[in-house]
Design a protein around this ligand. Sequence first.
Ligand code: ADP
Length: 258
Amino acid sequence: ICIIALACAIVIILVMRLRFYWQVQQEIREREKAEEANRLKSAFLANMSHEIRTPLNAIIGFSSLIAELDLTAEEKEQYANIITTNNELLLKLVNDILDLARIESGGIVFHKESCNLTDLVKTLYKQHLSDVPEGIEFKEKCPDTPICLYSDKERLYQALENILKNAIKFTSAGFIEIGYEYSAEAQDVRLYVQDTGIGISPEDQEAIFERFKKLDDFVQGTGLGLSICQAIVKQLNGRILLKSEKNKGCRISLVFEL
Ligand code: ADP
């Protein structure tokens, strides 16, 4: 009886120790998670203030220049153009930030329905035909039999459009192709945009999905487009696949299981 009682006591002590150890580990994990969330929030706010201040400073600076100096009509027009560009940038920035925050916080309700992917790709293609500069071939490729995906049409369109706009921005020769394909092996469908633009080197491929990340500060954009795409695709239970080689082009796919 003594031995059994001793064994029971040992087991109870061991279980209690294990529980205590597990609780401490859990608390450490939660604290680390809270600290990481706090760090991300601070970094986001710091970045946001910087990104907002840049166009705002240009608007303030050039507005006072126009008002104060004796300028030629040509200079006035030039400064007015700078103000308009920065106004548009600021508006896009605020819209993107609000959009991202609403999607990530679940503040946007996703309306899922049967989406004909051929219709989606063809609509996107037609609407951007005139945005692709001359000299770049713009192609669209869909399977012979259209595939329907149960998803949010509007948000899917928004994500693919963001990727297409990047392809247009970063391609100066060759082609841009939008389309989708079905993989029988993986049982998934892949909506893609492929381009022959400047491409992204392997070391930058993860970073471009970070908020405000731009590889070239002189190119217009908020650096939020791919973060928004990622947030949308996550809410739609998909994933983003990126294949790229520097100076060779880029293929970004939105992958959804069927
Ligand atoms: P933005 O909203 O400013 O376009 P994104 O988040 O969409 O920002 O993209 C971030 C960065 O990723 C771009 O500034 C660019 O450096 C790089 N990038 C995205 N798409 C492409 C592409 N098709 N080819 C080359 N670089 C790209």
